[in-house]
Design a protein around this ligand. Structure first.
Ligand code: KGT
Length: 276
């Protein structure tokens, strides 16, 4: 199967980001992609709660979701929307950080709410408190498509190997890790973590990422690490997109999943043990 990783530099303007994503989906389809992946918070990268309150919508009212469903249908592709920031009806007013898998008919085939929240002080100048703005999900999701069985995760989830193991055991052949990785952690951790998840599970990893300096109308500046990555089940990097925004195509031979798991069946070797 041919996949496309859309490496984006989303702003805080959802209309602008929808237009950029639509153009990338059309370009990916023209290049023969059957599965198109976009990054975390495709619709809006922001550092201002007030600004998000103004532009974000409930899932059922969201024009970006509607537009991307139309784009998937027009292009005839499976579309993995890395995530959309969406309003919820929660009393505390927190948003959802939610991935969608869209079928070539434009239907919503799966949804996943990011489970692990990035509440981390990366350095003296780089602090994230994701759980202040977003509510965590609590349900792991695999989705079957005619192309492959997909395991849905988002960004910081990559640091929690038991989630990926559970997805691999549930049949995932391709793990999706859409991200907006931080510039402080990316150089040391990004590729190592993604390759480890692929090797441990014998699955492909497709990680579409946000990149560069985001153009924001309010709030403090924000950058993302980029380097959208595709990894094979044995751990080889098939594609590293570098730092420029754009569409990157990669061919996956799904037979490599059974081959890797046959050579090294660690995914089925878990044993119970007593705590230390
Ligand atoms: O902020 C939003 O609107 C959406 N959420 C994100 O971009 C999240 C939380 S700030 N980013 C990450 O999880 C990066 C993880 C990371 O960089 C690491 O694990 O090192």
């Amino acid at each position: 199967m041919r996949a496309a990783l859309c490496q984006m530099c989303s702003s805080d303007d959802p209309g602008e980001n929808l237009a950029a994503a639509r153009a990338m989906i059309a370009e990916a389809a023209a290049g023969g992609a059957q599965l198109v992946c976009t990054p975390e918070v495709t619709n809006c990268v922001s550092t201002s709660r007030t600004q998000q309150e103004e532009v974000l919508r409930l899932e059922e009212d969201d024009p970006v979701l509607a537009g991307l469903r139309e784009a998937a249908r027009e292009a005839g592709v499976w579309l993995a929307i890395g995530s959309l920031a969406l309003k919820t009806r929660d009393a505390d007013g927190r948003f959802a950080n939610r991935s969608f898998l869209i079928s070539p008919e434009g239907e919503i085939a799966a949804r996943y709410d990011k489970i692990h929240m990035f509440d981390v002080q990366v350095s003296e100048t780089e602090t994230y408190r994701e759980s202040a703005g977003y509510r965590p999900g609590g349900q792991a999701v695999v989705a079957q498509t005619p192309l492959a069985t997909l395991g849905l995760t988002i960004c910081y989830d990559v640091r929690f190997p038991h989630l990926h193991r559970a997805l691999g055991k549930a049949g995932a052949e391709v793990l999706l890790v859409p991200s907006a990785f931080s510039p402080g952690t990316g150089p040391g951790h990004w590729e190592v973590l993604l390759r480890a998840r692929a090797i441990e599970t014998g699955a492909f990893v497709l990680a579409a990422a946000q990149t560069g300096e985001h153009s924001l109308s309010q709030g403090r500046p924000r950058r993302s690490y980029g380097h959208s990555l595709a990894v094979a089940p044995w751990g080889e990097v098939l594609l590293d997109a570098g730092e420029e925004a754009g569409v990157f195509l990669v061919d996956l031979d799904l037979g490599k999943v059974a081959e890797a798991r046959g050579r090294l069946p660690a995914l089925s070797h878990d044993r119970g043990f007593d705590g230390p």
